[in-house]
Design a protein around this ligand. Structure first.
Ligand code: PAF
Length: 297
């Protein structure tokens, strides 16, 4: 790595030393330290989080760790794409990480030296609906590693993508309920020109499946239009489902949700809700969401 490259560390002692070294001088930045947590397989969505973090903080820490705790049996833990050299090259691109920024890429042994931890964070009710219903224990695994990474990196601000809207809400709930001293910021979804929300799992899609996957963003646009025309949540769900049913292999859920609790809003609701979908295309499970404004009938 060159002098202008971020510091790459793999264990906790190296991380502490890197964090104790003087931070880059970004005089205009309002915070000392920001963290962006990832599982690698980086794409433009992750890089937009890093760019937002650089605007906010003198030092940016990016973590790269495929967290076994958040994968269920039969999920893609083994085949999840891992390419640290490629991720580091992307992170060192123009306007991204530079000297004094830190990439923390631990092994599972560093994160869980005694094997799977016996104490975990429970996500509570938000961890049991939607993604949590399809993937039991997923959010407990996410929150456990997020809390550990917050303790290890000690940031002022942590940035998460809105693509994983339920994860963002669960992290916010944990930070609020457990008084974790960090500010959490959500960063907008990045989409390809054709509307597909960027995801590391898009790499699994065949060209034909990728075309069919466009139904997710199309369905959300149809739902947003229905809401803007005065549609109630049940009508929004119906138009979304109709678009999805025509294209995908299975719809896991269509939700019009309270942004904090991720429970379905009542049919009389007005104001901002999260319209979230999950569907299977070929062997790949995809999620997407958008805010919708419910104006009432
Ligand atoms: O969003 C992700 O990539 C992961 O869930 C996270 C937050 C890095 C925890 O493993």
């Amino acid at each position: 790595m060159t002098d202008s490259a971020p510091v790459l560390v793999h264990d906790v002692a190296q991380l502490s030393a890197a964090l104790d070294a003087p931070a880059p001088d970004r005089t205009a930045a309002p915070y000392n330290r920001a963290v962006v947590m990832t599982m690698g397989a980086l794409h433009a969505g992750h890089l937009s989080l890093v760019r937002a973090a650089k605007e906010l903080a003198s030092r940016v820490v990016v973590t790269i760790f495929v967290n076994p705790l958040q994968f269920g049996p039969g999920e893609d833990l083994e085949r999840y794409p891992r390419d640290l050299d490629r991720d580091l090259a992307l992170l060192s691109g123009p306007g991204l990480l530079g000297a004094g920024d830190v990439v923390f890429a631990p092994t599972p042994q560093v994160m869980y030296p005694d094997g799977e931890p016996s104490v975990r964070v429970s996500a509570g009710p938000i961890g049991t609906v939607l993604e949590g219903a399809v993937r039991p224990g997923h959010f407990d695994g996410v929150l456990t590693v997020v809390l550990k990474l917050l303790h290890l990196t000690r940031p002022d601000v942590a940035l998460f993508g809105r693509k994983d809207a339920q994860q963002l809400a669960a992290v916010r709930a944990m930070v609020r309920d457990l008084d974790v001293p960090v500010e959490v910021r959500g960063v907008p979804i990045v989409r390809d020109d054709d509307g597909l929300a960027l995801s590391s799992r898009n790499a699994y899609l065949s060209p034909e499946d990728r075309q069919r996957a466009l139904a997710l963003s199309r369905s959300l646009a149809a739902g947003r239009d229905r809401a803007a025309a005065g549609g109630a949540p049940d009508q929004v769900r119906s138009v979304v489902r109709a678009v999805l049913d025509d294209a995908v292999d299975a719809v896991d859920y269509v939700g019009v949700l309270d942004p904090d609790t991720f429970t379905e809003v009542p049919d009389t609701a007005v104001g901002t809700a999260v319209l979230a979908v999950a569907a299977r295309v070929g062997g790949t499970r995809l999620i997407d969401n958008t805010d919708v404004e419910l104006i009432g009938r």
